[in-house]
Design a protein around this ligand. Sequence first.
Ligand SMILES: [Zn+2]
Ligand SMILES: [Zn+2]
Length: 109
Amino acid sequence: MTATDVPLGHSIPAHRVHGWCSHCPQRSLAEEVAAWQIDAEERHMEEEGGEGPFAVAVDWQKCPDCGDPHSLSVVQVTVRTTTGIKRAGGWVFCLNCESVPQEAAHAGS
Ligand SMILES: [Zn+2]
Ligand SMILES: [Zn+2]
């Protein structure tokens, strides 16, 4: 499995780490968020022992659509390269109302 096996429009970091992404059939964005969370927790437990260049940060914020204070997941995927840490991707997704407020994705940066 190489990067070129990732179908166009799919998440390359997700395919590298999980072997699938939210764009794959039978998968949802909620599943990918959950998978990244589990992955982030595992990496955290391993401290710096975990290999692989990808790191994921998940932040929980208030959803602008349904108003739920903690259900909006703001995910940032970064990749460690020889020149430093670069942002590889990320998304904003509400687990409560399943909205994807694109504007919120840029609010914090
Ligand atoms: Zn995919
Ligand atoms: Zn919501």
